[in-house]
Design a protein around this ligand. Structure first.
Ligand SMILES: Cc1cc2nc3c(=O)[nH]c(=O)nc-3n(C[C@H](O)[C@H](O)[C@H](O)COP(=O)(O)O)c2cc1C
Length: 254
């Protein structure tokens, strides 16, 4: 998923808190995540939490002048590689199935041709209701991918299908949307985190002079780049060098 841009729509269900963990897991796999929160979602988690975890501004309003000037709902619907709806509430699924466009989330979902993955989450009776089952069938027929819901204990002390898939499971389903994402996704180091140190160290003798070595950093940088290309999530700690940071690697300069 390295470099993939995921637009995450967070719906107004109790499982919204798990979507914050999903942001982290997607980013761990190298994706960038931008969030849209429905009005309902904001009753459960804050745009601030989504922004802090995604490292990007979270979007909430269709009629936000600053947003429209800056990025706009059509650009949001276009500037991603996939859209994930988690949790997908019964309400949001019904609006998607009907082609509604009455808030930012539904408008973006209607204005896109990107792959869409939904992670339904709701009370077991809401999930089993014929209307919800009709909506899921419609969405599947429209090409929407579905992960979960799982069976298990629910927030209202009930048991049955309706529990949102776990964040790791959703992240796997997102990765599966990109089957040809190349060697990094399928690489031998996929799923591993690698720390590489590179470049010279400078140890001061006094404020002017230091003891150093002649390392150029080329070998360490090449190892970091190779590990990233093999699918690892790489952090490179680099001493003072005159070569550029490798692509796809988180580089810390010391
Ligand atoms: C405490 C509480 C928990 C809720 N949990 C869910 C849920 O898990 N799934 C769901 O579909 N709706 C749930 N709802 C109802 C939704 O919040 C409601 O349908 C809302 O309109 C959904 O808005 P959205 O689909 O635009 O996010 C819950 C409501 C409350 C008050």
């Amino acid at each position: 998923m390295q470099g993939r841009r995921i637009l995450l729509v967070i719906g107004g269900g109790i499982a919204a808190y798990k979507s914050l963990d999903l942001i982290r897991r997607l980013r761990e796999r190298g994706a960038t995540v931008r969030c849209i929160l429905t009005a309902g979602a904001q009753q459960f988690v804050t745009p601030l939490a989504a922004a802090a975890l995604s490292g990007q501004r979270a979007h909430t309003d269709l009629f936000d002048r600053a947003d429209e000037a800056e990025i706009g709902h059509i650009k949001l619907a276009r500037d991603a590689d996939a859209i994930v709806v988690a949790p997908a509430t019964a309400n949001l699924m019904s609006r998607m199935a009907a082609g509604a466009a009455d808030d930012l989330a539904s408008t973006v979902l209607l204005a896109t041709t990107l792959p869409i993955l939904i992670a339904p989450a709701m009370n077991v009776r809401m999930w089993q209701h014929p209307a919800t089952q009709r909506n899921v069938a419609t969405l599947r027929a429209d090409g929407v991918h579905v992960v979960g819901p799982n069976e298990g204990a629910m927030a209202e002390a009930e048991f049955g299908p309706g529990r949102m898939a776990e964040p790791a499971e959703i992240a796997d389903a997102v990765a599966a949307l990109f089957p040809s994402s190349g060697r990094a996704e399928q690489g031998a180091l996929s799923g591993l985190r690698v720390l590489v140190t590179s470049g010279p160290t400078h140890e001061p003798i006094d404020p002017v002079r230091y003891i150093a070595n002649r390392s150029s950093g080329r070998q360490g940088h090449a190892i970091a780049a190779a590990a990233a290309a093999a699918g690892a999530q790489v952090t490179l700690v680099s001493g003072p060098v005159s070569i550029p940071d490798p692509d796809g690697v988180h580089t810390v300069h010391v």
